[in-house]
Design a protein around this ligand. Structure first.
Ligand code: G4P
Length: 531
């Protein structure tokens, strides 16, 4: 069974982190170890620079380049590894959330000095929603940081997940000596070196071996023994099943920029991480081993070349085998399409592929037929669930500055929201359009693209909303009185779902109290419950 072999071989994951924790560096090191790139810098140069907050020309350029790093695939240890890139910039967090629907596990990078940061918490919330297995890499151990035990406590408390260290650091910062691999019972001695690949690993099967003193000094040897005693006393033994169900996160310590701890991470990753998993649809659960092809679109890159309105829709294969030039059923449009140039991305190279297997991501050239969340099948009418919208954090009212161009503006904003650049809510009753994003940067991107790609002219007026909550209820009477009382704060999303735009956390809480039969959903994921 070629298909089953291909599934077993694949590992599709994402690396997530609060900006600056070292996601790009770690991605690059994994690619170096995997032989997918030969020199450092290849990924880094593609990163949207932190200083680029208002430079949308730069963003446009980056948008083009970042297609190339959407999926980085390589073979390592007999596995086919697909790393799905997630934008580091916090203003593109929604993109990251959606990409997480297409992975089977994640590696979460934490800076040992900063610990758990705001973006880490948000990303982890998304992982928890679908019980995604998480491995944690505590980075920058060559710098002064928090004590390992306090860091683990902080992770458990703030991220709501149990941890289990699989390596243990000896010292930190200037005193950083290396890490002890608890499972292989080996010691990896640290030397700052940004280019080496192999590491100095010494096997220490007995911690009382006096060689430990020789290698790391008596003080550190004793400290390590004491700390490992505590580790064994405090944390349960590593249980792979608990990791796979998202209940326990194994933790590694290292320094990505120095290639330190990366090998252990990668070697353990291919041993324990899950092969492609199935996905829920509105009809049934689809196993990757199902013979018939199915997949969903989780990301769209549009108008890469403004002269040709081309888009690339990124499709995650869930089951069966995707084949070039074969007709597939686009469920939402109830139409069949074939794809002559499906593309795969291997680090910087892109090439046309003949077939793709569960866990793979295929780039489909599209002329505007796809929206995020669309499903392709071999004929079955079903839609994959769980590709939610999250509440935006910044809201602006879209104002048309050129009445002669209202058609263009309408088309542009619809296409951009299909692509997932922003969400749009239409105030009820009426036609006022509220655009919501997770970052300021998006408005600049939208404005720029509306002018340049659609010839529209608009302005954004800030709105003082704090959150959009999707509302559902069985109590029609209560809904009626809510809609009357809150008419200035009710809108519909693109799929005609009712949304409450709350101005403050307090007002949201009041609404929840005053209308107990109405449920206020923080994401559009409630469709999962509905279907
Ligand atoms: P991000 O993608 O998560 O935003 O982080 P990125 O990899 O770009 O890393 C952020 C900064 O942290 C970079 O420094 C990088 O070199 C540094 N870094 C990554 N891993 C380590 C580590 O293990 N130890 C130390 N000390 N630093 C690390 P930068 O000054 O912003 O960029 P650069 O000019 O050094 O490339």
């Amino acid at each position: 069974m070629k298909n089953l072999e291909a599934i077993e071989k694949r590992r599709t994951f994402g690396i997530i982190a609060h900006p600056d924790a070292g996601k790009t560096t770690l991605t690059e090191k994994l690619l170096l170890f995997g032989g997918a790139i030969q020199t450092a810098g290849a990924v880094k140069n593609n990163k949207i620079k932190k200083t680029a907050t208002s430079d949308f020309m730069e963003i446009e350029k980056q948008r083009g380049i970042s297609v190339a790093t959407s999926v980085m695939a390589f073979e390592y240890g007999g596995k086919q590894i697909n790393i799905l890139d997630t934008p580091g910039h916090k203003d593109f967090a929604e993109d990251t959330y959606r990409t997480l629907t297409a992975v089977d596990s994640v590696i979460l990078v934490i800076d040992c000095a900063n610990g758990v940061e705001t973006q880490t918490e948000k990303l982890m919330e998304v992982c928890r929603m679908r019980n995604t297995p998480v491995i944690i890499f505590v980075n920058k151990m060559d710098r002064e940081g928090k004590d390992a035990f306090s860091l683990l406590d902080e992770i458990e408390e703030k991220l709501g997940i149990n941890v289990r260290p699989l390596t243990w650091p000896i010292g930190i910062g200037d005193r950083f000596k290396g890490v002890y691999n608890i499972y292989d019972k080996s010691l990896n001695l640290f030397s700052a070196n940004k280019t080496k690949k192999a590491e100095d690993v010494v096997s220490i099967s007995d911690l009382d071996d006096p060689m430990l003193e020789e290698l790391v000094t008596e003080t550190f040897a004793n400290e390590l023994r004491e700390e490992l005693d505590i580790v064994e006393g405090v944390y349960d033994a590593f249980d792979r099943e608990k990791y796979l169900s998202g209940d326990v996160a194994p933790v590694f310590f290292g320094s990505a920029v120095n290639n330190f701890g990366v090998q252990e991470l990668l070697d353990t990753f291919i041993r324990i991480s899950p092969s492609p998993r199935g996905r829920e649809t509105d009809a049934r659960f689809i196993e990757p081993s199902d013979n018939k092809f199915s997949g969903f679109v989780f990301k769209i890159h549009a108008n890469l070349d403004p002269k040709h309105r081309d888009r690339i829709a990124f499709l995650r294969v869930v089951s069966g085998v995707f084949e070039r030039n074969k007709f597939y059923h686009h469920v939402r449009l109830d139409k069949n399409f074939k794809f002559p140039n499906p593309t795969s991305f291997m680090a910087q190279d892109k090439s046309v592929i003949e077939e793709a297997y569960p866990g793979d991501v295929v780039g489909l050239y599209d002329t505007g037929n796809f929206k995020i969340g669309d499903t392709l099948t071999e004929g079955e009418n079903m839609m994959f669930k769980g590709i939610p919208s999250f509440s935006p954090e910044i809201f602006m009212e879209l104002e048309n500055l050129d009445p002669m161009k209202s058609k263009q503006l309408d088309k542009g904003i619809h296409q951009l929201t299909d692509e997932g650049v922003a969400q749009m809510f239409i105030m009820q009753p009426g036609n006022r359009k509220i655009v919501g994003t997770v970052g300021q940067l998006q408005f600049e991107v939208i404005n720029y693209r509306l002018i340049n790609e659609y010839g529209a002219n608009c302005r954004f007026a800030p709105k003082n909303f704090f959150k959009a909550c999707w509302i559902t209820t069985d109590n029609e009477e209560q809904l009626g009185s809510f809609l009357r009382a809150k008419s200035n704060y009710v809108a519909k999303d693109k799929d005609d779902n009712l949304v409450f735009l709350a101005e403050t956390p307090f007002l949201l809480q009041m609404a929840e109290q005053d209308y107990p039969d109405i449920t206020f959903h923080k994401t559009s994921e409630f469709k999962l419950e509905k279907a």
